[in-house]
Write a new protein. Structure first.
Length: 483
């Protein structure tokens, strides 16, 4: 057994901390022993894997989970190690929450909206002081507002941020917004008519960060602590970048997709609103429970029931509310969802308005695969109406038919999807990720066995693809074919 696999195997045994508050530990063990694929073929039994084996295979040293049932944390589970050769993951181990920082930021905005300090539909330039959203032909048509920024419908550039490795100069927020050195990201600008369509934008949340800093005249991390973290009981959480001294000793070390430690450790993210939160799954679960209480009509949440329901309402034609992705309204079981990806960290949060939910945090670049598999296993174990594996029927397509789908597709302004063919197999690869096989269930319809992902190609009269629709996590995304 390779040294890496041996260390994780040992960590999964001696570094396993399962805290069951009311559910029997056997049920948690059953989930760990039966991770499920995203999809399976009709007539075939879904192939399951254990959590420990998935961690070894994917190079993910540590996994931490909090499970919410009927509005309380029913159990928490930690498996593996915070760093190879180091201590096991435990309930105090903190991870970078990456993009789950965004809905936490949205919460502080909504507390200020609730007290009349902010208007969701007002031009944000009326609030900004030290930086302004640059005018463009698109802003003549419509203006950038907080509602649009929080729901990724403001037409703002910069999908995400890579952070800054140890020893690299860290830019100020103004430098990030202007794309000025030492910032390693493009300028944050309006590149589409605000309100016209949905396009995920970390850059938009950096405008929110600047607005909150200007308005409140205090450090962003301090504002979040005062208005969200402390009131919801998130005692193991901080937006400080680099990590707060009080959390440093219990911080997980990040690992890349090959299972190697990120050089210099965790990246620093001055883009705090978009990616800067350090936390634990149980702390995020406390925030979710606070929201669930408000959704249920309770008066002890940090936002009112009316504000909570507004956050959960999809904006325009998108599958996005204010801070969270949203879904389940068609089935009568509305939920909120957010995935997260920083260098060496992956996380997933899903919560139903009715009171159940799960938060998974990992310290590996392929931890998203594990988080999604845990979500499916929990969905089956507890009979959730969403997120269970899907059954599909295969159809055979010729190599010539597959070849007409091969090409580059524009997923976001900064991200492409590559579709390639190997004989009679079709592969799909998101930029910066590994390619995976997709399987045909129709002439232009495909699915992934490893991800909650369905693909429908748009084809012309000759059968050549002109674009694709991707269904993932209850949301649909369009990706036109590049010339």
């Amino acid at each position: 057994m390779p040294d890496w696999a041996r260390l994780v195997a040992v960590g999964a045994l001696v570094g396993h901390a399962c805290v069951a508050l009311s559910a029997p530990s056997q049920r948690i063990q059953h989930i760990e022993d039966n991770l499920l694929p995203a999809a399976f073929v009709a007539g075939e039994k879904p192939e399951t894997v254990t959590l420990a084996s998935a961690m070894r295979q994917l190079g993910v040293p540590g996994v931490s989970v909090a499970f919410i049932h009927e509005g309380r944390i029913e159990w928490a589970d930690q498996v593996g190690v915070a760093r190879l050769g180091g201590p096991p993951v435990d309930a105090r181990t903190v991870f970078q929450a990456a993009s789950i920082s965004k809905p936490v930021t949205a919460m502080v905005v909504m507390t200020l909206v609730q007290t009349g300090g902010l208007d969701l539909d007002r031009d944000v330039n009326t609030y900004l002081r030290t930086w302004k959203v640059p005018d463009s032909p698109d802003t003549v048509v419509e203006r950038v507002t907080l509602r649009r920024l929080l729901s990724h419908t403001a037409g703002i550039s910069v999908h995400g941020f890579g952070g800054y490795a140890a020893g690299e100069p860290v830019p100020s927020l103004i430098q990030v917004l202007n794309g000025a050195k030492p910032a390693n990201s493009a300028p944050v600008r309006v590149e589409d008519v605000p309100g016209a369509r949905w396009s995920y934008s970390g850059g938009g949340y950096e405008i929110v960060q600047q607005l909150l800093t200007d308005l409140n005249r205090r450090p962003f991390a301090k504002l979040l602590e005062e208005r969200v973290l402390a009131p919801t009981g998130m005692q193991r959480s901080s937006f400080e970048q680099p990590i707060a001294a009080a959390l440093r000793a219990n911080a997980a070390t990040p690992y890349d997709s090959k299972g190697q430690p990120i050089a210099g450790g965790a990246h620093t993210y001055p883009e705090q609103a978009a990616a800067g939160l350090w936390t634990t799954p149980s702390d995020l679960a406390r925030l979710i429970i606070n929201i669930q209480r408000s959704l249920a009509g309770g008066g002890d949440g940090i936002v009112s029931p009316a504000v909570a329901h507004e956050m959960l309402r999809a904006e325009g034609k998108s599958s996005w509310g204010l801070g969270f992705g949203v879904g389940g309204t068609d089935s009568g079981h509305p939920y909120l969802i957010h995935e997260a990806s920083n260098a060496g960290f992956r996380a997933l949060l899903v919560a139903f308005a009715e009171g159940d939910g799960i938060v998974v945090m990992t310290n590996g670049d392929r931890g998203d695969v594990i988080a999604a598999a845990l979500l499916r296993a929990v969905a089956v174990e507890y009979g959730w109406p969403e997120f269970q594996p899907r059954e599909h029927r295969l159809v055979h397509l010729s190599a010539a038919a597959l070849e007409r789908l091969v090409g580059e597709y524009r997923f976001t302004p900064e991200t492409t999807i590559t579709v390639s063919r190997r004989d009679e197999r079709l592969l799909l690869q998101f930029q910066g990720q590994q390619a995976g096989e997709i399987w045909a269930e129709g002439p232009a319809s495909f699915f992934s066995k490893t991800r909650d992902l369905r693909i429908r190609f748009h084809v012309n009269a000759g059968g050549r693809a002109t674009g694709m629709s991707l269904e993932r996590g209850g949301a649909t995304f369009e990706a036109p074919r590049m010339p």
